[in-house]
Design a protein around this ligand. Structure first.
Ligand code: NAP
Length: 343
């Protein structure tokens, strides 16, 4: 039997998609357009893991029981308090007959799912280990990927944790690669963060020698780090929550010219206007930050009479996993930075 490509056939007693559903059917007999994964580890979303850890007083046995309880109740690992999930790593065990010719996966491939655990049917047989420092839960279990579910094949020539760290923010560098044109002036807010550094790297490649990539960071130390590692042409120290300061400093760094593109990679609210103000009319603002408010961006741009194109940072864009993994493969520098910081 064939199910809905978005997985609604597994939602129990509600007319919603699997993500907001209270409960999904986690029977591991697959439909013709589903893929069965033998799961080895869950990477629980940081907000979710922290909440469970606190609820269980950091007691590992209690955390294990709570995770098993949630999955038994909901058929998926969706934290009932934060609503968030995470991603998983596993090996392809079975591919539904409808998908065999459509997918590039074969049985035995190792993948990371790039759709949230908050919508992925999951069954846990046993929790083997919990690694609280990286929010990882090693398990024996199975999960189902719907026809629309995205994934990345884990590269055989790269540490799993390194690939996972970068895949978490894969949408940002891939969008950057698509948005930046040769000779562009580009501002990246939060340039020393995980997505920020990947965006700097891609922007420098695309903008070329005559382009200008400017990274806004909070401290002199971060600025020096970006310059030393040649991730930006200019490092600006400033507060992304202070739009006037950002505008003045960016204009100064860019020969008094407004810029072509701003990429927002910070993790705090109230940075919409710092992203919009420095950009020229018909320029582009790419909001990757989850702390972006639509109303603040839309009304804010209108309020200052800026005709800029604003893009919501979809976590997915075609080829995002490949772009991100390739960046780490081709730049030894970036790879070492990521290994030191995130593995
Ligand atoms: P990250 O590594 O924590 O980087 C955030 C950076 O922003 C840090 O370098 C931080 O500096 C900097 N920052 C914070 N406040 C600032 C301020 N007032 N002025 C200047 N810089 C400031 O985070 P990430 O993993 O790259 O994620 C970045 C954002 O993307 C988050 O909001 C995350 O939720 C979002 N995200 C979006 C998607 C999507 O699908 N759109 C997917 C994944 C993540 P310090 O280190 O000094 O604090």
């Amino acid at each position: 039997m064939k199910g809905c490509k978005y997985g609604t056939h597994r939602v129990i007693n509600e007319n919603v998609l699997p993500q907001p559903a209270i409960k999904v059917n986690n029977d591991m007999n697959i439909y013709e357009n589903e893929i069965l994964i033998d799961v080895s580890a869950l990477n629980i979303d940081s907000a979710s893991f922290t909440q469970i850890e606190e609820e269980c007083n950091h007691d590992v046995e209690k955390i294990k029981s709570r995770i098993i309880e949630i999955v038994e109740e909901k058929g998926k690992m969706q934290n009932p308090v934060t609503g968030s999930g995470g991603m998983l790593i596993g090996t392809i065990e079975e591919i539904g007959s409808e998908l065999v010719d459509k997918t590039d996966l074969v049985v035995g491939d190792k993948i990371a799912t790039l759709v949230s655990l908050s919508l992925t049917p999951l069954k846990i047989d046993e929790i083997i280990d919990i690694k609280p420092d990286i929010d990882r839960v090693e398990i024996k279990g199975k999960a189902i990927l719907f026809e629309s579910g995205i994934y990345a094949k884990l590269p055989k020539d790269m540490e799993e944790n390194l690939a996972l760290a970068a895949l978490d923010v894969a949408g940002a560098p891939a969008q950057t690669q698509k948005l930046v044109k040769e000779n562009d002036s580009v501002l990246i807010l939060g340039a020393a963060g995980k997505s920020g550094m990947l965006c700097c790297y891609e922007a420098k490649k695309k903008a070329g020698k005559k382009g200008k990539v400017m990274g806004l960071v909070r401290s002199d130390k971060q600025a020096q780090f970006l310059i030393e590692n040649r991730l930006v042409d200019v490092a600006i120290v400033g507060d992304a929550q202070n739009p006037n300061e950002v505008l003045q400093k960016v204009l100064k760094a860019n020969d008094n010219e407004e810029i072509d593109l701003c990429i927002n990679c910070v993790n705090v609210p109230n940075t919409e206007m710092s992203s919009i103000l420095p950009v020229k009319d018909d320029g582009v603002v790419y909001f990757f930050s989850m702390a972006t408010a639509f109303t603040k961006a839309a009304l804010g741009a209108e309020g200052v009479g800026k005709d800029v194109n604003m893009i919501i940072g979809n976590g997915y864009t075609k080829g995002h996993a490949e772009v991100t993994i390739n960046a780490l493969k081709e730049s030894e520098n970036l790879r070492n930075i990521f290994k030191n910081l995130y593995v």
